[in-house]
Ligand binder design. Structure first.
Ligand code: GLU
Length: 480
């Protein structure tokens, strides 16, 4: 048989199943693996795990690729499992020839009956020992039944060798692990000629030369089975790191982020809401490497690729998705951008989704994004573009103002001398000239702000008035 074995196990990969939109966890895996590949001078590759046709979603691969492109995730190689059926079949059949696997003709009904018997007898359920009846079919019978077109699968024969008490290995994040060997003979080739995850994973990660299989902790328990398959195939056992799952707290209980219940589980929802992509990346790095925040504080403007990802810091605790924390990171990411950068991001975002947006309002927003930007203490008010309609509501022509406390005459007096052509000092001097003392000045400034913006707290009011222009400012001052 052809030797496909990779000579250089220097690969890091993500192996998503195309089930729909990209989960935050997939971006996390992509991020972690691309750091590891870069730091270890390895390849970073993509494997699309589409052998479970029940879960296949037609345009899911395209959607996935769009998301990866958006995050600038670049792959050295791309593999699609359904195109590799022949390779898996060859290995499975080779195992059969060696007595390490066998054809199984048991039907759903047979398996259900067996289960019932096992439950009735208080025995463990599964395909093992005396219940593994297809283990002992004669080659003639097998040939005859295959020739007759009987549906069949291939099962690994785990009675082929003695696995000892425990299968032990070192998980890169969790340290020493000892698992009970699997005693059930698992299906390694389905009746449709495609392998389940177990065989495809072991063959692919071996042939593709994966240095470290980084995957979700939900796979930890099946690692024994995967190592047993490596042994049967005569492959060196693979190395693993099982990553903690991102959880969410609901009614005091922790559960996995669910793509059905939690909008933040799907990265495209976060992007559609107008979060910066680097906030997603920085948040995931914060979750998986406890010292990322310290590094970011010390290096506020360094490119993210300068950060050294450390396997030792991955940990085993399942982190909670912490929205206030995520929002805070988003504010800092926007605050670090130049005016040109944030405007470019705003234009790339679906700004048409803002309510009643017109070209004039869009131009005001673009100007507004430059207010109090840069400098020592840039303004940190923006979390996501979707919020702009609330946050900067005064940029729209119609605004709601609670005018009950406004002094109409005072504002009219001010409107007469307001001039958008005034520079900031002149503007402030004019306001001061109308106020005989400090409390009056404070009151007048607050009244102007409220009348012009409908808010008690805004960025630089002079700049906002500049953006709105004489007519709008004066109209808003003289309504009371
Ligand atoms: N297709 C598997 C999943 O989406 C991949 C697990 C792995 O990384 O090996 O969970």
């Amino acid at each position: 048989m052809k030797n496909y074995l990779s000579e250089k196990p220097d690969g890091y990969r993500i192996a998503p199943s195309p089930t729909g939109y990209v989960h935050l966890g997939t971006i996390a895996m992509a991020l972690v693996n691309s750091y590891l590949a870069r730091q270890n001078h390895g390849r970073f590759y993509l494997r699309i795990e589409d052998t479970d046709s029940k879960r296949y979603v037609a345009d899911a691969v395209e959607k996935m690729m769009t998301t990866f492109n958006y995050f600038d995730v670049k792959f050295a190689e791309t593999y699609v499992q359904s195109e590799r059926a022949k390779i898996y079949q060859q290995y499975a059949e080779d195992l059969v020839k060696q007595g390490k696997a066998y054809y199984c003709f048991c039907t759903e009904d047979d398996l259900n009956q067996m289960r019932e018997t096992q439950i009735k007898n208080g025995e463990p359920t599964g395909y093992y020992g005396k219940y593994a009846k297809c283990r002992h079919l004669s080659p003639d019978e097998v040939a005859r039944r295959i020739a007759a077109g009987e549906p069949h699968v291939i099962r690994a024969n785990f009675s082929y060798q003695d696995w000892g008490e425990r299968i032990t290995f070192t998980d890169a994040a969790r340290g020493e692990i000892a698992l009970l060997p699997q005693t059930n003979d698992p299906v390694i080739m389905k009746s449709n000629g495609l392998p389940p995850y177990n065989l495809a994973h072991v063959i692919d990660d071996t042939l593709m030369g994966t240095a470290l299989v980084v995957r979700g902790e939900e796979w930890l328990i099946s690692t024994a089975e995967h190592m047993q398959l490596c042994d049967l195939l005569g492959f060196p056992r693979l190395h693993y790191m099982h990553m903690p799952t991102i959880n969410i707290e609901e009614n005091g209980k922790k559960r996995k982020l669910s793509k059905r219940k939690d909008p933040q589980a799907l990265v495209m929802n976060l992007i559609d809401a107008g979060y910066p992509k680097n906030a997603i990346i920085e948040y995931l790095l914060t979750i998986y490497n406890s010292d990322f925040e310290i590094w970011r504080t010390a290096n506020p403007n360094a490119p993210l690729t300068d950060f050294q990802f450390s396997i030792q810091k991955v940990g085993t605790n399942n982190p909670l998705f912490d929205l206030p924390k995520f929002n805070d990171i988003a504010k800092n990411v926007w605050a670090r951008q130049s005016h040109a950068e944030i405007v470019a991001n705003f234009n790339a975002w679906n700004w048409q989704s803002l309510p009643n947006i017109t070209p004039t309002i869009k131009t005001r927003i673009e100007k507004m994004l430059g207010v109090e930007r840069g400098g020592e203490r840039p303004r940190k008010d923006l979390i996501k573009f979707e919020d702009i309609a609330d946050l900067y509501s005064y940029l729209w022509d119609e605004i709601t103002v609670d005018g009950s406390t406004l002094d109409g005459q005072m504002l009219k007096n001010y409107a007469e001398i307001y001039d958008a052509a005034d520079d900031k000092d002149t503007w402030w001097q004019k306001i001061k000239n109308l106020a005989p003392d400090k409390p009056t000045l404070r009151n007048l400034a607050a009244q102007i702000r409220l009348a012009v913006t409908g808010k008690t707290n805004t960025p630089d009011l002079w700049a906002i008035c500049q953006i709105l222009g004489n007519d709008i400012v004066k109209a808003r001052l003289t309504r009371w």
